[in-house]
Ligand binder design. Structure first.
Ligand code: ZN
Length: 261
């Protein structure tokens, strides 16, 4: 049994859900469970409304749930969230609703690639695109500095995460400089980290409101996002997309909803 399922099947959790509203349905089979304190900076109504209205249920069906919890991994690895065994785990320590949302959507993207890895990466289109961009950055940086580094180049042309390369991006180049250099290649500098982060970084920004920019600078990733939606893609691609079925279910269930977007 998966960790998440074992959690949600515990009667105590179900009971506390009823009493304290700690468990919120996103879609029928996917819930947001709050097990550690969630920052007061987060407007939970807004977040759940956004997740329901702006993210297609085909994407939600790739994961089992979202769990707000403080995992030892977060501190040890200096991260805010992770995807593991079908579940998005996310810290409740958040600066804002947007911060919370981007953590959840980013990890959801990892859930989607885990489920649809072959469809997303099988034809190598995204990988080729990603590596081409990496080489472009390498050339830009090293041509300018007059340096050349065969070891680093070999890291640039492999798609998997590398701690050494990550340190190079973060410490040697620096994210501010990297942002300037890669503004027309990656949604944010983090997209250069690895092939998987390229996917998640693009998906996250696409969903969180930068559809047009994403289509412009990461078309291969966007084509796959759209492809995954099958015959429902046209509806989803409109900027004012709202998953009305989920939205209506939600407001019927809940009173005091804030209609703020
Ligand atoms: Zn990631």
């Amino acid at each position: 049994m998966r960790l998440f399922e074992s959690y949600i099947q515990e009667k105590t959790i179900m009971k506390s859900n009823k009493e304290n509203k700690k468990m919120f349905k996103i879609i029928n089979n996917v819930s947001l469970v709050i097990s550690s304190p969630l920052s007061k900076n987060v407007d939970l109504d807004y977040v759940i409304g956004f997740l329901q209205k702006k993210i297609h249920q085909k994407f939600w069906n790739c994961i089992d749930g979202v769990y707000v919890i403080e995992l030892p991994d977060f501190k040890q690895r200096n991260i805010n969230a992770m995807f593991k065994d079908g579940v998005v785990y996310v810290t409740g320590n958040q600066d804002s609703s947007e911060d919370f949302l981007d953590d959840i959507v980013h990890e959801l993207a990892h859930g989607i690639e885990e489920k649809h890895g072959n469809l997303i990466y099988g034809d190598k289109q995204i990988e080729n695109d990603f590596l081409q961009k990496r080489v472009e950055v390498y050339n830009k940086y090293f041509k300018k500095s007059g340096l050349d580094n065969k070891t680093l180049y070999n890291l640039f042309i492999q798609p998997e995460y590398s701690k050494e390369l990550d340190d190079f991006f973060y410490k040697d180049i620096g994210y501010d400089k990297l942002r300037n250099m890669t503004n027309d290649l990656f949604m944010t500098p983090y997209g250069i980290t690895s092939l998987r982060e390229y996917w998640a970084n693009t998906f996250e920004n696409f969903v969180l409101g930068q559809k047009e920019r994403a289509k412009q600078i990461c078309p291969k990733v966007c084509q796959k996002i759209i492809y995954l939606l099958g015959d429902e893609q046209e509806e989803y691609m409109s900027d004012d997309y709202i998953d009305n079925r989920q939205y209506m279910d939600y407001i019927n269930e809940k009173q005091g909803w804030k209609y703020d977007f």
